[in-house]
Design a protein around this ligand. Structure first.
Ligand SMILES: Nc1ncnc2c1ncn2[C@@H]1O[C@H](COP(=O)(O)OP(=O)(O)OP(=O)(O)O)[C@@H](O)[C@H]1O
Ligand code: SF4
Ligand SMILES: [Mg+2]
Length: 332
């Protein structure tokens, strides 16, 4: 991994106990099961995968909302999370997690000014005047007039509430922002405005994003690189253009086949996703995609690691065969 990575995860795991009668532990749910990632400063790394594959758990474990079960998180070269390792206070503001709708957390009985001041009072030693100055700068950066600060949440639109929610986070001067499904529930025109705002803010404040999304079209337009997760692991990672043009892992090919509207090579019906992913408390031995994979073979009884050529890695014994199979686009 390059030395300059802003964020690194090494063998990161987060398991949850599965409990039965009388709260007795009856199993282990492996939500995150060994993730190695390196994110460069200024980069936008997309995280995609079916519901329940561990995307939010990855974001929350990086943030310190969940303690890792194993492995570690390093931020700017410093270990910030590991089992039993207390999170350095000084880093809290530098890493921020944005839920689907950051505006929803605004207190309805507070003016927007009070909501904006609150995180600065908690996390910084700035004087009232310094806080006000910073708030005015950020409010302008998210495209709202300063006069809005005297309003209450119900007096502004949902889109403006979302901007205020983001502004509260940006006030703290984060370097890495984890955006978890930031455009879900938005109609297309609002979505385009929100994405434009993310791009502008990234440029202006030198932000790095971890961009978690179900929407492959949005990921393709926003991200420099994309990591595909399956049952708690990264099964493919590549520069965005390459991943969408030449996917290697059978699971990635199936995901793309299920979203044909994003263009790129449509893949054959061989790669249609069958059924639901297994329960993460019962992950199969060997390749975890084996039960759903059209290319499964005896070699797949052993779990594959990510196999890289340049920046493109796929955790599949047979990715070369998978990548060579004709796409619907090229065979028609
Ligand atoms: N606090 C928790 N306690 C127990 N299990 C959890 C907890 N948080 C998540 N899980 C389980 O971990 C697995 C991964 O969940 P996670 O929320 O990370 O998935 P996701 O990829 O973000 O899904 P979605 O796309 O639906 O948001 C799921 O099986 C989920 O039920
Ligand atoms: S390792 Fe085998 S089962 Fe797993 S994705 Fe590759 S071909 Fe399919
Ligand atoms: Mg999630």
């Amino acid at each position: 991994m390059p030395d300059a990575a802003l964020l690194e995860t090494r063998g990161l795991k987060r398991h949850f106990a599965v409990r039965g009668l009388l709260n007795r532990r009856i199993g282990t749910l492996r939500a995150l099961d060994g993730v190695d990632l390196a994110v460069e400063a200024g980069e936008v790394l997309g995280i995609v995968g079916e519901s329940g594959c561990g995307k939010s758990t990855l974001g929350k474990t990086i943030m310190g909302i969940h303690q890792p079960t194993e492995g570690e998180v390093r931020f700017a070269g410093v270990r910030v999370a590991a089992p039993g390792h207390p999170r350095p206070k000084s880093l809290r503001a530098r890493l921020q997690y944005v839920y689907q709708d950051p505006g929803a957390s605004l207190d309805p009985s507070w003016t927007l000014r009070r909501s904006m001041h609150e995180p600065l009072v908690i996390h910084t030693d700035l004087s009232r005047g310094q806080r006000e100055e910073r708030i005015r700068e950020i409010i302008a950066a998210v495209g709202l007039p300063v006069t809005h600060l005297d309003l209450y949440p119900h007096e502004i639109s949902g889109g403006q509430q979302r901007r205020i929610g983001l502004a509260r986070i940006l006030c703290l001067g984060p370097r890495l922002v984890i955006l978890d499904e930031p455009t879900s529930g938005l109609d297309v025109s609002v979505q385009a405005a929100v994405l434009a705002l993310f791009r502008e803010l990234r440029e202006r404040f030198g932000l790095t994003y971890l961009f978690i999304s179900h929407d492959l079209a949005v990921v393709r337009s926003m991200c420099d690189r994309v990591a595909v997760m399956y049952l708690g692991r990264v099964v493919e990672i590549a520069p965005a253009a390459e991943l969408f043009a030449a996917p290697r892992h059978p699971y990635t090919r199936a995901l793309l086949a299920a979203a044909p509207r994003i263009g790129g090579p449509r893949v054959t019906e061989n790669f249609t996703l069958q059924g639901e992913p297994p329960d993460p408390s019962e992950i199969p031995a060997g390749c975890r995609f084996r039960g759903r994979c059209p290319l499964a073979a005896p070699v797949c009884a052993e779990e594959p690691a990510l196999d890289f050529t340049g920046p493109h890695g796929a955790a599949c014994w047979r990715w070369r065969e998978a990548a060579r199979l004709p796409s619907a686009a090229s065979s028609s």
